[in-house]
Design a protein around this ligand. Sequence first.
Ligand code: GLC
Ligand code: MG
Length: 524
Amino acid sequence: MEWWRNAVCYQIYSRSFADSDGDGVGDLRGIAAHLDHLEWLGVDAIWLTPTFPSPNADWGYDVADYYDVHPALGTMEDLDALVRAAGEHGIRVLLDLVPNHTSVAHPWFVDARSARDAAHRDWYVWADPGPDGAPPNNWVSSFIGPAWTYDDATGQCYLHNFLPEQADLNFWNPDVRAEFERILRYWFDRGIAGFRIDVAHMIVKDRDLRDNPTATAEDSILDQLRGQVPLYNSNRPEVHDVHRSWRAIASSYEPDRMLVGETFVGEVREVATYYGDGDELSLAFNIPFLQTELDAGALAYQVEAAEALIPDGCCPVWTGSNHDVSRFPTRWANGDPARARCALLMLLSLRGSVFLYYGDEIGMTDTVIPEERLLDPVSKRFPGLINRDAARTPMAWSSAPGAGFTAAGVEPWLPFGDLQRANVADQREDHASMLHLTRDLIALRRELDDLRSGEYATHALHPGVWAWRRGERVLVALNLGDDPVTLEDVRGTIRIGTDRARDGEVVTRALELAQAEAVILILE
Ligand code: GLC
Ligand code: MG
């Protein structure tokens, strides 16, 4: 059995988890020092956001060397030690692979831009500008603005689907493919359990660089903002060949290595294609679900679609927060702890694997960051509109000076949030806390086969209310509406409720749920 099926994984924003050396930046030794917390919580694996050397134009997503560790995070020895120690705690380590682009400081690109006949020239996507100096085609960057930058030295433009500091690799070149296979093997051989694959849906571009069609009112908000539908620079049919070859490598290891893709596509139908016939990505992040509001009908619709469309034998994956979006206790729950608890219970009770984001377990909300302290290039460019830094602030281990994140008096790289509102130390003492709820839900998944791997079936769906069965005997019920509700004909025992006072309650005829309340029940 592949270990990642129905697993609970935990995303660590590497710079913000724990700082061991007092420089205000989280690091690998800091992570190693908190493995007890992660084991206590019960997670199966951790995903570390990029750990590679990088000039940090996009905070690690601009890689300058795929075979080493960023000095701010530590050394190769630190990473090996972390993998070993995590293993002793029963936790696997996933790294974040960024194959779509490299930093312009990567030696491959430095060579590529040096001359038209440079050895690595064709590792990137170069094209002549139009006769009037216009870009080679109409593609725009995912971060808005032209996707091409003219390079004086050689008189051509290079493609960047993100920042100009992130040059897109050319996956039509077999040497690039071979290099990434080598990178995968290098890390798998070192004991890395798998990769989160950045921008997995975009790594192969249209060979002829055809213009994208203009967006219309029918298209997504994002496409309308960009003015075009990314038909030719994203989600191309040929990307699946690359994923298939990577999966073959991952599956050749024992235990099986995992590939979870950032498959940033608009429809669950498209997400589902990334599983192939069970021979492509192990898991494909479901962005449409992430972007759905915390509404019973809308979420049930997304879940039913995923259940229907993801191929048989493949495993859905659910997540509510990550380093690119607002945290779910803010985005979904608007700071209301009761709604955040419902969302957490939902994530951990659907069929499939779950990715929690560091801080989810204490209901950490977004941090308000003054404009002058923004560090993310995209947030700096669109202040007031996009704020990715709000979800990247240091983990709140305690309310003491330094937050248990760094030494007292050290200024963290991004400001602390409201430490009194939510921190690990206080919540450890409080059995009714979000932290204990998270731990108990994860433990219940391990205890009950039905909850961990049982089939999903919608049980009831009314405005505000969504209930589903897992396997034979588990019923999950969520009231996200504005009023209390009663579900008739329910008999069983509540195992975990968002109101912990209801744990163990026997329901003899009808299940009453207060506003913003959820329960997991064993049916009679
Ligand atoms: C992914 C990452 C994001 C990054 C972008 C470019 O979307 O999650 O943080 O900026 O790729 O690498
Ligand atoms: Mg540090």
